[in-house]
Design a protein around this ligand. Structure first.
Ligand code: AHM
Ligand code: MG
Length: 335
């Protein structure tokens, strides 16, 4: 009986990834182990984020003066991810938004993967309890020599997996290993991520645009024209709604599920935009393409960028296929 099966046959994220990996005869479970350490980091951050407000009020351990000693949530999250990833024994190079330099894993703990991540993105939203998230992308090492920073300076289309975890009204992990996109929701009573959003496809076209319009006076021509078109369409189509949380994970998650477009364009003050190529632009672009959408930099397909520095930035336009087509046309007309 199907209703019964739904309730008792729980597809956890570990089981899901094990199933996927079993399609590859050469797979030895390394990816599953790596992912379970990422999942551990996400669960830790979820729990810390949920307690953050209370911790400030009463002090988590009941101690006084805890605030002074307490590490900031983003630093704490970074420590947890770095330690979990290194001890997984499956990584060689780690790049985190929080660390200026890449972490090159010592030889006894090395493995075949490189992980780029933003442990807690959306810092301006932490203190008011609005959704924040973790973003990650995974590459494989292409050699067995000493790992270097160059091992992650590769185009996004070489990633083997990418995902994010959103700490919102529920805690959701969205993952792609290159064969579509799947969403898992944390069941707090089980401490497990359960498949709740199988095979996510972004609508071909959406009716929402998402951008920090406070920067409008500094935008370039194509971005200005595009946003004008969202608000005052001349072709008889309805105007789009504006939604902007200011947390990339939340804004991209909504875009993925409801359709539409998310923009962080270049402007006169930030000629490369704000968002980071390796651990913000690439993972989200990977997910968008895997869900049937597109991601564009204003010049080219985002996943074709080749970063020269680990903290490099790029403008980004991503979302529904047809919406991104429109902004691509405006940039093409400019050339
Ligand atoms: P952060 O790394 O300081 O948290 O900044 C990244 C965030 C993204 O989550 C979000 O898309 C963007 O910054 C919002 O920027 P702005 O406040 O300029 O609109
Ligand atoms: Mg960030």
């Amino acid at each position: 009986h199907e209703a019964d099966a739904y309730r008792t046959d729980l597809m956890t994220i570990t089981r899901f990834v094990l199933n996927e990996q079993s399609k590859y005869p050469e797979s030895r479970g390394d990816f599953t182990i790596l992912l379970s350490n990422i999942v551990l980091g996400c669960k830790f951050v979820c729990s810390a984020v949920n307690k953050a407000g209370l911790a400030k009020l009463i002090g988590l351990a009941g101690e006084t003066n805890i605030q002074a000693e307490q590490k900031k949530l983003d630093v704490l999250s970074n420590d947890v991810f770095v330690k979990a990833l290194v001890s997984s024994g499956r990584t060689s190079v780690l790049v985190s938004e929080e660390d200026e330099e890449a972490t090159l894993v010592e030889s006894s703990k090395r493995g075949k993967y490189c992980v780029v991540f933003d442990p807690l993105d959306g810092s301006s939203n932490i203190d008011c309890g609005v959704s924040i998230g973790t973003i990650f992308g995974i590459y494989t090492m292409s050699h067995n020599d000493e790992p270097t920073t160059e091992d992650v300076l590769k185009p996004g289309n070489e990633m083997v997996a990418a995902g994010y975890c959103m700490y919102g009204s529920s805690c959701m992990l969205v993952l792609s290993t290159g064969t579509g996109v799947n969403g898992f929701t944390l069941d707090p009573s089980l401490g497990e991520f359960i498949l709740t959003h199988p095979d996510i496809k972004i609508p071909k076209k959406g009716n929402i645009y998402s951008v920090n319009e406070g920067n409008a006076q500094n935008w370039d021509g194509p971005t200005t024209k595009y946003v004008e078109k969202c608000k005052f369409p001349k072709d008889g189509s309805p105007a789009k709604s504006l939604r902007y949380v200011g947390s990339m994970v939340a804004d991209v998650h909504r875009t993925l599920l409801y359709g539409g477009i998310f923009l962080y364009p270049a402007d006169k003050k930030s000629p490369n935009g704000k968002l980071r190529v390796l651990y913000e632009v690439f993972p989200m672009s990977f997910l968008m393409e895997q869900a049937g959408g597109q991601a564009f930099t204003g010049k080219k397909r985002a996943l074709d960028l080749v970063p020269e520095k680990i903290h490099e930035r790029s403008p980004i336009f991503l979302g529904s296929y047809e919406d991104v087509e429109e902004i691509k046309a405006l940039y093409a007309a400019e050339e």
